[in-house]
Each structure stands twice: as structure tokens, then as C-alpha cells.
Design a protein around this ligand. Structure first.
Ligand SMILES: [Zn+2]
Length: 334
């Protein structure tokens, strides 16, 4: 064997070994990432997939997993970019389409989300029979989840399903915050958050809306409850918002007659702590918006009345929220 051949041999052995190491490393990282993804440790999972990507930048499944982590973390734009990359490299798969739908829904684009889910069912017809998929499609067709209008207009009044205002003679609204006997120690804190939420809306309405606290539910038009039982607040309309609002309307003119808001302040009786105050305030602002007559949602993620919770708190009404309530209570007020 001459030197040249020998060198080539060593080089090829070295190359194979290094390729194997790289592939094995990527596979290990990928497996670790999947484990973290399953355990909902999305930040850790993302780290693993990103490290694996350094070894295998053209692995479409890695790009899909990265998209999945970003989507779960609420980084919807990054999710969409990663999923597009995954499709470019690996072609179209049903999993990418489902994730794309979730990211677009998170971005307030339910129509586009729906078309990606439909595509997922076309690619993999077995998915169309899945009850979870059918429920997701039904939900995306729900008018409450399809806010009309532009996300950039000064207000979102025209895109609402209905407007159910209180009458002028109902002002100030009689508000009762009910003490939860299971969580009596949280009452004062909850009361403070409710007051802050109500005051923001009153101020935004130019004080066309006002309220006063009343000592009992009998004399109240709007009752607030807080709970540590998230199952009481499950609603298809409020994904992740941890709150629910029930309204009674007057038959003759569809104005608001009574309201009851329930807010999750703790995710289960055994949860180690209460939810973050800013997140509770976000929920209170959103549900108060419904209780003041906003039936429907905004298509803009920056508005308190956006249709789903975003990971970051929105403790202040946006200008569009404020403009909307102002217009609602200005128009042919009676
Ligand atoms: Zn809502």
C-alpha cells in the first residue's frame, strides 16, 4: 500500500467515524428534545433541537419539532418560519399543517388556521375522522372565533358578533364580588384586581360606564366569583384565558340584564401558588369587556379582547379596546 492510498483510507475512516458521531449526537439530542417536548419542557426541548440542528441542518423533522416548541411558547412567528423551512426541506406532512394551524390561530388568523387543518386532513385522511380534529375545525368555524374587520383599524366594533350594552339607567353598574369560602384569604387581592379592571374600562368609556360595589348579590347586576377549580371555567371561546362570563339579555332589545364572571385564580386546590396578579388582571379585563357588552373578539393579539390568551400578560387596555368601548356607549345611547 503506498502512502497516498493509506492516507485516503485513514481519511475515509475518519470521515465515516465523524459522520457517525455527528449523526449519533444529533439522534441523541433529537430524542432528548422529544422527551422534553412530551414533558412540556418546551424551552429545554427547543435547546436540544437547536443543538441537533447544528449537526443536521437539513432535517425536516427537527425543523418541525422546533416549530412545535415555538408554537407552544407563543412565538408564533418563529413557529411559522420553522414550519415553512420544514416544508421546504421535507415536503408537506400532516403534522406540519396541524402545527401551522395552531400558530396561525395564536396569531389571530382563524381562517388561515382552518385552511391548514383542512389541508392536514387531505394529506392524511385518517386525521379527518379524529374527534379532536373535528372539534378543532368546528371551533374555528365558530363566529366568536372568527373576528371580522382589520387588525389595524382604530377599533374592532364592526367585527363583533353582537353588542349587548347596559342601559343608561343601569349606571352605575351594581357590582358584587363574592367571597369564596374555600379561598377567603384571596378575597381582598381579587377585589383589588376587579376594581382595577372595572376602572380601566370605565375610564376608557369616558365614564359612560360607571360602577359601584354593592354588599350582596341580590342587589347586583354584575357578580364576580373567583375559584381554584379551572374545570368551572372551561370554555371553547376562551382558550387559555382562565375565565368565563355568563350574561342574561333582555329579550326586547338584547341589552344586558345580568352578568356573572368567574375567574380562575389558582390552577387547582393543590397548586403551589396563586396565578400571577398580572395574568389574573388580564383575565378580569377580558371577561369584564364581555360583561360590558362586547360579544365577540378582536383579531389583534395586542388587544385585551383578542380571542385567546397569549403567554405575556396584558394588564392594560389597548387603544383599540378603549376606542371600541367608547364607540359602543356613544352610539344612539338610550
Ligand atoms: Zn373572550
Amino acid at each position: 500500500m503506498n502512502t497516498c492510498t493509506k492516507y485516503k483510507l485513514i481519511l475515509s475512516q475518519f470521515l465515516a467515524a465523524s459522520l457517525c458521531t455527528s449523526a449519533c449526537l444529533a439522534a441523541d439530542l433529537q430524542a432528548e428534545g422529544v422527551q422534553n417536548l412530551k414533558a412540556k419542557n418546551y424551552t429545554k426541548a427547543l435547546e436540544c433541537f437547536n443543538s441537533a440542528l447544528k449537526e443536521q441542518p437539513n432535517n425536516w423533522q427537527l425543523w418541525q419539532n422546533i416549530g412545535s416548541c415555538h408554537m407552544q411558547l407563543g412565538h408564533n412567528d418563529a413557529a411559522i418560519n420553522s414550519l415553512q423551512k420544514s416544508i421546504e426541506i421535507g415536503g408537506l406532512h400532516a403534522g406540519q399543517c396541524t402545527l401551522m394551524a395552531a400558530a396561525l390561530e395564536g396569531r389571530g388568523q382563524p381562517k388561515q388556521a382552518l385552511s391548514w387543518l383542512t389541508l392536514a386532513c387531505k394529506i392524511d385522511p385518517s386525521r379527518a375522522a379524529d374527534p379532536g380534529m373535528q372539534a378543532a375545525i368546528r371551533e374555528l368555524q365558530d363566529p366568536l372565533k372568527n373576528p371580522g374587520g382589520s387588525p389595524d383599524s382604530p377599533d374592532y366594533l364592526s367585527g363583533l358578533v353582537d353588542i349587548n350594552r347596559w342601559r343608561e339607567q343601569d349606571m352605575p353598574l351594581k357590582v358584587y364580588v363574592r367571597k369564596n369560602v374555600q379561598l377567603p384569604g384571596f378575597y381582598e387581592r381579587f377585589l383589588g384586581v376587579v376594581r382595577e379592571a372595572m376602572e380601566q374600562w370605565c375610564q376608557a368609556s369616558g365614564n359612560a360606564v360607571s360602577y359601584k360595589l354593592v354588599p350582596g348579590p341580590e342587589s347586583a347586576s354584575l357578580v364576580w366569583d373567583y375559584t381554584d377549580r379551572p374545570e368551572l371555567c372551561t370554555s371553547n371561546h376562551e382558550p387559555g384565558l382562565e375565565g368565563v362570563n355568563e350574561m342574561r339579555l333582555r329579550m326586547e332589545d338584547r341589552t344586558a340584564a345580568a352578568g356573572n364572571i368567574t375567574v380562575v385564580v389558582k390552577k387547582g386546590p393543590n397548586a403551589p401558588s396563586f396565578r400571577d396578579r398580572q395574568l389574573i388582571l388580564t383575565t378580569c379585563l377580558h371577561e369584564a369587556g364581555h360583561a360590558l357588552g362586547i360579544h365577540g373578539h378582536s383579531p389583534n393579539t395586542h388587544d385585551v379582547m383578542f380571542l385567546a390568551a397569549s403567554p405575556e400578560a396584558k394588564p392594560k387596555l389597548s387603544q383599540r379596546d378603549a376606542n371600541t368601548i367608547k364607540l359602543m356607549y356613544k352610539r344612539d345611547w338610550k
